[in-house]
Design a protein around this ligand. Structure first.
Ligand code: 6PG
Length: 479
């Protein structure tokens, strides 16, 4: 055996990851793909990589030094289970199987347990950064045992993106079993929210203020020099500058307005619902994609009454600045909610996730990389038990500065008939956090009225019920 690491599944992500690994000092990479043509194509296209090509799982296992370390890059779900089972049969106790796909974290928990019982290590590793990141440096979110990380850590550090600020590689041992895939899933949930908020800003600038896509591209490029600086803002400017070669129209206008999704956003919301963590901004982003892709409902709704033409703005520049601030404040809420669900899951599953370390490894390589992740890392370093990111001094001050603009944008959107579910739900969340009292008291009273579900009082301990259908007297039913 001569390879210290292997890659199974050589579609674009797997092939790029294998090339990235091979380009780093000290790595020799074995590659395997179910159909051998793909292996041959990759190996002959990249002689510089010095791949060890293998055409059976047995050869692949034989090519790896112990402990064997193999990264699986195949479709999440059944295909992953099939490859894991073949590798597990060919590997020996102490060997390490890494799943680098977008797996559901509950699958990762199950797989880790099954393999641990057979003496094997299983590492569920979230890998973000798309095809380009896989090749040149992704952000990597591995779970699994601390013992396996001793072998896997140096390999991942060799290929991960490095943060501009301090050169640190964007990888950390997130936690045991499903922790890495959980954090990657939430990364994607935040990605959905970020993209939805950017899309709302675009819609408001276009329909609300009447700017052309090319002009909005310049606005985004300008925003990308300030506190909003991020990969998603940067690529938005590029997309909006693009002109369709066939029609000469702005590219964004010829793309069908029905957003696709592969499931990680939905998983994030499902997990949050089960954990009882409100991540309303992320949920709105998932629902907005869903709504966009129901043409029959949109057609049926097309005649519904409401404002049509763009609103007359007194000061377009002031509106642009308001939208920028609303976007920034809403983005703070999206990240705040994302870190909330990570924190609740960590305590539920016993993961001990360091939120500051997670923010740090998102600073480069991944799709949501953004300047303000450094600030998030600082906020968690200053207070590791922070209960809500938006309440940390830096972010509460930022949201406080933006909140007037945020309110103006949400009301303009409502008055002009431009849907802004991300902006408005984030603002509602912010106001709910601030509220000295919520109308949940009325809900409790209603529940007690129709179902004797009981309530607590503000003026002392105890559980109470009012005889709503009788004399309306109150009885104490518990401590
Ligand atoms: C990443 C991306 C990656 C993928 C998304 C797209 O971190 O590199 O998040 O995982 O591009 O899953 O998701 P949708 O197809 O659901 O938009």
């Amino acid at each position: 055996p001569s390879a210290n690491v292997g890659v199974v599944g050589l579609a674009v992500m797997g092939a790029n990851l294998a090339r990235n690994l091979a380009s780093r000092e000290g790595n020799r990479v074995a590659v395997y793909n179910r159909s051998p043509e793909r292996t041959r194509t990759l190996v002959s296209a990249h002689p510089e990589a010095g791949f060890v090509a293998t055409e059976s799982v047995a050869d692949f296992a034989a090519a790896l030094t112990r402990p064997r370390t193999a990264i699986i890059m195949v479709q999440a779900g059944k295909a992953t289970d099939a490859v894991i089972s073949e590798l597990a049969d060919a590997f020996e106790p102490g060997d390490i199987i890494i799943d680098g796909g977008n797996a559901q974290y509950t699958d990762t928990i199950r797989r880790e347990l099954e393999l641990r019982q057979r003496g094997l290590h299983f590492v569920g590793a979230g890998i973000s950064g798309g095809e380009e990141g896989a090749l040149n440096g992704p952000s990597i979110m591995p779970g699994g045992s601390a013992e396996s990380y001793e072998t896997v850590g140096p390999i991942f550090r060799s290929i991960a993106a490095r943060a501009e600020e301090d050169g640190e590689p964007c990888v950390t041992h997130v936690g045991t079993d499903g922790a890495g895939h959980f954090v990657k899933m939430v990364h994607n949930g935040i990605e959905y929210a970020d993209m939805q908020l950017i899309a709302e800003a675009f819609d408001l600038l276009r329909r609300g203020a009447g700017f052309e896509p090319a002009e909005i591209a310049e606005i985004f490029a300008e925003w990308n020099t300030g506190e909003l600086e991020s990969y998603l803002i940067e690529i938005t400017a590029e997309v909006l500058r693009q002109v369709d070669a066939r029609t000469g129209r702005p590219f964004v206008d010829v793309v069908l307005d029905q957003a696709g999704q592969k499931g990680t956003g939905t998983w994030t919301v499902q997990a949050a619902l089960s954990l009882g963590t409100p991540i309303s901004g992320i949920a709105e982003a998932v629902f907005a994609r869903g709504l966009s892709s129901h043409p029959e409902q949109r057609l049926a709704g097309a005649h519904l009454e409401g404002p049509g033409s763009p609103i007359a703005l007194e000061d377009r520049d002031a509106f642009v600045e308001d939208v920028r601030q609303a976007l920034y404040a809403s983005k703070i809420i999206a990240y705040s909610q994302g870190f909330d669900v990570i924190r609740t899951a960590a305590s539920q599953y016993g993961w001990h996730i360091d939120s500051g370390a997670v923010a740090k490894i998102w600073r480069a390589g991944c799709i949501i990389r953004a300047r303000f992740l450094g600030r998030i890392a600082e906020a968690y370093q200053a207070d590791p038990s922070l209960v809500s990111l938006v309440t940390a001094p830096f972010f509460s001050e930022a949201a406080g500065r933006a909140q007037q603009a945020w309110r103006r944008v949400v009301s303009t959107a409502a008055l002009s008939g431009v849907p802004a579910p991300g902006f408005s739900s984030s603002l509602a969340y912010y106001d709910a956090l601030r509220a000295p009292r919520l109308p949940a008291s009325l809900i409790q009273a209603q529940r007690d009225f129709f179902g004797a579900h009981t309530y607590r009082r503000i003026d002392g301990p105890g559980v109470f019920h009012t005889e709503w259908s009788g004399d309306r007297s109150e009885t104490q039913t518990g401590e």
